[in-house]
Design a protein around this ligand. Structure first.
Ligand SMILES: Nc1ncnc2c1ncn2[C@@H]1O[C@H](COP(=O)(O)OP(=O)(O)OP(=O)(O)O)[C@@H](O)[C@H]1O
Ligand SMILES: O=C(O)C1=C[C@@H](O)[C@@H](O)[C@H](O)C1
Ligand SMILES: [Mg+2]
Length: 181
């Protein structure tokens, strides 16, 4: 399918959208890629924090899961309506309208990248691999359950999948640049 002019440099919607679980590198890779392309970077978690204050984890605790997911979807919609590179919160595709919007961008020529990562590497990147009692391994279990539940949603909308587990952020950026036509 041919790309809409909107998806090229200077367009009005992102030409690269990054999806993936926590620790897959959406924020670090998105910032590096945007810098390399000399384009803006919009991270929906940063937009969420700018609009509502506090770290996203605090927002989830203070507002509750249902309200947090609504705000997460709003922030994702905001990022998807801006040019350059967009990184979406890892739960953004749980919202069907957002998932459809991402699919439409991919169909129109944007690179929609699922940045994947193994559980052990994600845990290490997120500082969750510290020795602890098995009874206190709940956070890693939650990470595993979340990643497993969301993987099919990322895969269904992605135009490219990159397993970042054994790659540096710069190597991920190089693969993304190769995927941009
Ligand atoms: N390919 C990589 N190699 C090594 N370290 C990485 C890689 N990608 C990300 N990291 C590191 O892992 C940590 C998490 O990365 P980052 O914040 O970009 O992930 P994320 O996908 O945006 O996570 P979240 O969903 O929580 O926002 C950071 O410390 C980052 O520097
Ligand atoms: O636990 C979650 O669902 C989240 C984790 C982070 O990836 C954030 O990107 C996201 O906004 C919410
Ligand atoms: Mg991030």
């Amino acid at each position: 399918m041919s790309a809409s002019p909107d998806h090229h440099a200077g367009g009005s919607v992102p030409r690269v959208v990054l999806l993936g679980p926590p620790g897959s590198g959406k924020t670090v890779v998105g910032a590096l890629l945007a810098e390399a392309l000399a384009e803006p970077f919009h991270d929906s978690d940063a937009l969420l924090t700018e609009s509502h204050g506090g770290p996203t984890a605090d927002l989830l605790i203070e507002r509750g899961e249902e309200e947090f997911r609504r705000l997460e979807a709003e922030a994702a919609e905001e990022a998807l309506a801006l040019p350059g590179v967009a990184a979406l919160g890892s739960g953004a595709l749980d919202h069907e309208a957002t998932a459809e919007r991402v699919a439409a961008l991919g169909a129109a020529g944007a690179v929609v990248a699922h940045l994947d990562v193994s559980l052990s590497v994600a845990a290490a990147r997120l500082g969750l691999n510290v020795p602890q009692s098995p009874a206190l391994a709940g956070t890693r279990s939650q990470l595993a359950a979340m990643a497993t539940a969301r993987r099919p949603r990322y895969e269904a909308r992605a135009t490219v999948v990159i397993d970042t587990s054994e790659l540096s952020p710069e190597e991920v950026v190089a693969r993304l640049r190769a995927a941009i036509s």
